[in-house]
Ligand binder design. Structure first.
Ligand code: ADP
Length: 397
């Protein structure tokens, strides 16, 4: 079966067409600037050159039409419309309602709407993507795959904030966690690579990308993760603060005479390693170059980033009463031997030893610890689209 995987943002739409038998990507691409002037679709049928078409896209319906057109046109299309057997949608927030992927029906759409206040930028966009697909591909089954679902096994002691309990009961204020599709995929794959049963492993998955989060996975189940009510909590990220004292918000508002929206923007878009490096960059390739050239901001940012990751690894080791495997994934985790080394150099306290030669790896599955290391260090490239395609196939075949 050919599965179309859709990741719909407010003004963008990423897609991949995946063959569920071979798990090969047949085509992938992106619609950019939907609803904004200058919109375009960029896509690459596997094995062919990248194609860019500048086309007006007043809304997501038009974007989906263009995706279908790109996939099926007679010149460089890759399938016929009736070959697309199902669509998998990435949905950011499933609240407490969704603990696994589900086939989309009216009730599911309503439930995704009901938790939209928890992800006001993402869930409405995800819903627009679902509705646009329903319109353009009526009758094709669709599946919702939630970023939050994998983390629903967290115990109450890990997901509650120290707020009055009534705020959890009334408003659902708690820690949910994100990147769940990636944490789930990587932790399962790591067990496969090591030839072990997930039930026998205590794992920490470090998803280090532009957005970054850690999860503690004990016996195959998530028991803690670093993101919270929103993806702002936890690690220092590309442009997000991660953990801060909430009093910073009021303090900055008073000092700068700014609004809550201004400070929220500051915490999400201008902070993290970008802000710490004095706006040098949020990209770790630039930060690594700056670090090696002795750029003070780059050093400060990278050191703070690494420190926070190590601190979380320590706390998750304590939470699980030990750790067997630490996995690195996502843009930085898969590609930056530099960042991995800085992190692992500080993990001697749990008996982790990195193999410097093996750590030269980039974007490939590889054990990067020495034979005598007490903890297995592992690079596992994530593949959220494949994980979505697998769930979609499993529910629609
Ligand atoms: P997201 O999906 O959150 O946007 P990704 O997982 O794609 O993020 O990661 C993107 C980040 O990965 C980039 O901002 C960059 O910092 C980092 N990255 C990508 N390639 C490399 C590399 N070769 N070396 C260091 N960092 C890299």
């Amino acid at each position: 079966m050919k599965i179309l995987v859709i990741n719909c943002g407010s003004s963008s739409l990423k897609f991949q067409l995946i063959d569920s038998d071979s798990e090969a990507v047949i085509c992938k691409g992106l619609c950019e600037r939907i609803g904004i002037e200058g919109s375009q679709i960029v896509y690459t049928p596997t094995g062919k050159d990248k194609i860019t078409k500048v086309e007006p896209m007043p809304d997501h319906n038009r974007a989906i039409e263009l995706v279908i057109e790109a996939l099926t046109n007679s010149e460089n299309g890759v399938v016929s419309l009736d070959e697309i057997g199902a669509v998998g949608h990435r949905i950011v927030h499933g609240g407490e309602k969704f603990t696994k992927s589900v086939v989309i029906d009216d009730e599911v759409i309503k439930a995704i709407e009901d938790v939209s206040d928890l992800a006001p930028l993402h869930n409405p966009a995800n819903l627009i993507g679902i509705r646009a697909c329903q319109k353009v591909m009526p009758g094709v089954p669709m599946v919702a795959v939630f970023d939050t679902a994998f983390h629903q096994t967290m115990p109450q002691e890990a997901y509650l904030y120290g707020l009055p309990y009534s705020y959890y009961e009334k408003y659902g204020i708690r820690r949910y966690g994100f990147h769940g599709t990636s944490h789930s995929f990587v932790s399962k794959r790591a067990a496969e690579i090591l030839g072990k049963n997930p039930a026998d492993l205590k794992m920490i998955v470090c998803h280090l990308g532009n957005g970054a989060s850690l999860s503690a996975v004990d016996g195959g189940k998530c028991v803690d993760t670093s993101m919270g009510l929103t993806p702002l909590e936890g690690l220092i990220m590309g442009t997000r603060t991660g953990d801060i004292d909430p009093s910073v918000v009021e303090f900055v508002m008073k000092k700068e005479n700014s609004t809550v929206a201004d400070v929220t923007n500051l915490l999400n878009k201008k902070s993290g390693v970008f802000g710490l490096s004095d706006n040098l960059s949020s990209d770790f390739r630039d930060l690594e170059a700056g670090y090696n050239e002795g750029h003070a901001g780059a050093r400060r940012a990278v050191d703070a980033f690494v420190y926070r990751v190590v601190k979380y690894i320590g706390s998750y080791t304590a939470a699980m009463g030990g750790v067997d495997v630490i996995c690195f994934t996502a843009g930085v985790g898969e590609n930056s031997g530099f960042v991995r080394k800085l992190i692992c150099d500080r993990l001697g306290f749990i008996g982790a030893k990195m193999d410097a030669e093996a750590n030269k790896v980039r974007g490939e599955e590889k054990v990067i610890s020495t034979a005598d290391s007490k903890v297995t260090l592992l690079v596992v490239p994530t593949n959220e689209e494949l994980a979505i395609a697998r769930d979609t196939y499993a529910l629609c075949k």
